[in-house]
Design a protein around this ligand. Sequence first.
Ligand SMILES: Nc1ncnc2c1ncn2[C@@H]1O[C@H](COP(=O)(O)OP(=O)(O)O)[C@@H](O)[C@H]1O
Ligand SMILES: [Mg+2]
Length: 324
Amino acid sequence: MKILDTHLEKIKKYLNHKGAEELIFNQLFEVKVSLGNEWSYIKDKKLDKIFYNSFCNQLATLSGQQFDNFRPILATSIPFTKFRVQAMHPSIKVINSKNEEVPTISIRIPAKQKYKITDFIHENTHIKAQQTLQEQIANESDFTKKIHLILKGDFNILISGGTSSGKTTLLNAFLEELYHKNPSKRVITIEDAKELNVLHENKDEFLVSRTNTSAVKVNYIDMINSCMRLRPDFILLGEVSVENSSTLLRIGNSGHKGMISTIHADTARDALDALAINLRLHGFNSSDGAIRQYISTAIDYVVQVNKVQGIRRITEVANTKEFI
Ligand SMILES: Nc1ncnc2c1ncn2[C@@H]1O[C@H](COP(=O)(O)OP(=O)(O)O)[C@@H](O)[C@H]1O
Ligand SMILES: [Mg+2]
């Protein structure tokens, strides 16, 4: 415990930081403090490579886990406290000059005060704004304007298209647009090959192997679940597959907004049907209607790209509620 105590001493002021909900450590000499709706970045010379590695190793050891190339996800808490810790090993991160081979560590700050039921009662202006936005989107026929409106809201979006139709390229265009709309959002990506280009400073990018031949004991599902604990405003998944469909939809259904991914299908309806089939392959045996309802709750919009006469273009921007 001695070594851990010295690390905790270093970060004590952040653990007690006023208004902090979550701490993210993902680059040397810096901590990102989530204050609810905004982030504060604090520079700190003590957060060196030794801190990052030794802190994670201590936490792993004390909870009977290992944290290395083969077991790159650590889920634990600071012993004898309610601080939940999630860490991702550098071996699964896209490394750049800023994050320089350090793990990403997220620490969830437990509520410091009690709240009453009335603290949860507010006029729901956000929901009303989203409803108005959805109406605007429905009334807009120009695809460019429609997509701009969609990216303004907190929606879950699927980009659907055939092989080489431009799905990933369009996803990158969305990312750029999201950056210009609000560069301070936190973006997390999970891909099997590095194709996405995130301009946001507050980001973590992960790579996951699609094949099960690797000795690494994590799969796409573990990655998604772990990333959900790293406080993403936007989570981008390279591609929907049979393997990850049910996880993606569960997250969408559990109320997470700002999830964007691509799927291989020729029409928006086919994309939703493909998701339904993936769910059935994963053991969902509800009725077609119930499955469709589940999918349309998780995913808000499908943007379809097709190569028409050799030219890549957006052919549909569909609200999934139209398909129930
Ligand atoms: N709008 C576009 N116009 C011209 N070429 C494009 C366009 N979108 C994508 N491409 C090119 O098409 C190829 C495949 O794009 P990609 O986004 O990787 O497709 P997908 O993800 O659907 O397989 C890339 O070489 C890309 O540069
Ligand atoms: Mg692609």
